[in-house]
Every structure is written in structure tokens, then in C-alpha cells.
Ligand binder design. Structure first.
Ligand code: DC
Length: 230
């Protein structure tokens, strides 16, 4: 029986950390759709595409073949056959991903890949439009958020740990701009699905958020299975 969990929310809400742990606990696969958009952004940066030219983005993206492999449960993103995992987590790539993911041709290219993964196995999939567009029938939908300051502080610590020089105020500004773009684009904007459960992690630890999502999962799946039996 395939059960899918959709986790959507703004940048820096902790989706990937949480989704990985939930997937591990439920022995299913974690699918990071942001990494697919980031791989596409990396391709566009490498091709020197003008980030303000949506027509050029729509054309050039057609030459990027993005696929996914799993090695020991870790998602590997392949861009035209190259493992690009190590290049995806920079602010430059994240900002380009936020811009290019608003282009319909980019979304269309990644939609099939995401749906096929979820149709073939139980997944915990995180992104922006998973509950609303990609998997409208997911058994469990979570909208995970936190204040922009909390999210900026988390990203700041993450970058500092990696030894990257950064300013908290700059990161918060970046996060707020990214929220604006992700929430206000025409195609698949970030928003809470009607049947998603809101989880605000501003004052929660990672373990508390994971426990809350597992509780929601078990209550929904248990309810669903009882309903099937009746
Ligand atoms: O979650 P992330 O920071 O890795 O995502 C990078 C960008 O990709 C984000 O600003 C918006 C976009 N994205 C999207 O539009 N839809 C998704 N399902 C996942 C990410």
C-alpha cells in the first residue's frame, strides 16, 4: 500500500531536515523537490542565462535532463548524467531556483518526474506545491512554516557552520524576497492546501516537529484504514 506525505512551506522552515527524519521513521523514501529546481537553476547559471528573461529560461531549460537516483537512501540529483549534489546548496543557486521555478516550462519538466516517483513508492516529498498540485491525493499534507527571523537565524547558523561569511539581516532579506516570489507567482504558488495541517515550528525543536507529523500521519492512516475496513 502506497502512502504519500506532502510537506510544503517557505524557504528555511526546516522541511528537508524534518522530512528526512519522518521518512526514516516510516521506512520510506525522502524526495527533495527543491533539489530538482536547484539542479535546473545550476544548469541555467552554467549556461549564463539572463535570470530576468523568462523566454530564454523556458527555452534553455529544455536541454537539461534531470533525474534522481538513490544511493543508501540518499537522493542523488543527476543533471545531464552528472551528480550535482555538491553544487546545489549555495545562496546563488537557491535564488536562481526561486526565479526560474516561476517559469511554466521549468515546472512542467519536473512535474512528471515527481509524480512518477510518488506513484512507484511511498514517499515523503517536500516542496512548495506538493499538496496543492503535484500530489493532491497525498494521504497526509503538512504546511510547515516559521517566522522569517527564525528561518533566517537557522540558515545563518547553517552557513556559519560551513564557514561561509554572512550577515543575518541579508539572509532575512533574501528569505523574505524568496517568500514573495514563491507565494505570488502565477503557476503553482506556495500556499497551504485546504486539507493540509499547519505546523508552525518557530518555537519547536526538530524532534517535536517530527513527533507532531508522525502523530498526524498515524491518526490519518489509522482513520483511513478503519474506514476502508467498514
Ligand atoms: O526548498 P528549496 O530552498 O531547496 O527550493 C529552492 C527554490 O525552488 C524555492 O525558492 C522555490 C523552488 N521550488 C518550487 O518552486 N517548488 C518546489 N516544489 C520546490 C522548490
Amino acid at each position: 500500500m502506497i502512502h504519500n506525505i506532502a510537506i510544503d512551506g517557505p524557504a528555511g522552515a526546516g522541511k528537508s531536515t524534518i522530512a528526512k527524519k519522518v521518512a526514516k521513521d516510516l521506512s520510506c523514501i525522502y524526495v527533495d523537490t527543491g533539489a530538482m529546481y536547484r539542479a535546473m537553476a545550476l544548469y541555467l547559471i552554467r549556461q549564463n542565462v539572463n535570470r530576468n528573461d523568462t523566454v530564454e529560461i523556458g527555452t534553455v531549460c529544455q536541454n537539461a535532463d534531470i533525474s534522481i537516483e538513490y544511493q543508501n537512501g540518499v537522493q542523488i540529483v543527476l543533471l545531464n548524467g552528472e551528480n550535482v549534489n555538491d553544487y546545489l546548496r549555495t545562496e546563488e543557486v537557491g535564488n536562481m531556483a526561486s526565479v526560474s521555478s516561476a517559469v511554466p516550462e521549468v515546472r512542467q519538466k519536473l512535474l512528471d518526474l515527481q509524480r512518477k516517483l510518488a506513484a512507484s513508492m511511498s514517499v515523503v516529498m517536500d516542496g512548495r506545491d506538493i499538496g496543492t498540485t503535484i500530489l493532491p491525493d497525498a494521504e497526509v499534507k503538512i504546511y510547515l512554516t516559521a517566522s522569517s527571523l527564525t528561518r533566517a537565524k537557522r540558515r545563518f547558523l547553517e552557513l556559519q557552520e560551513k564557514g561561509t561569511d554572512c550577515e543575518l539581516s541579508e539572509i532575512q532579506k533574501d528569505i523574505e524576497e524568496r517568500d514573495q516570489r514563491d507565494m505570488n507567482r502565477t503557476v503553482s504558488p506556495l500556499k497551504q492546501a485546504e486539507d493540509a495541517v499547519l505546523v508552525d515550528s518557530s518555537d519547536m525543536t526538530v524532534d517535536q516537529v517530527v513527533a507532531r507529523i508522525l502523530e498526524i500521519y498515524h491518526s490519518k492512516i489509522a482513520d483511513g484504514e478503519t474506514a476502508d475496513e467498514n
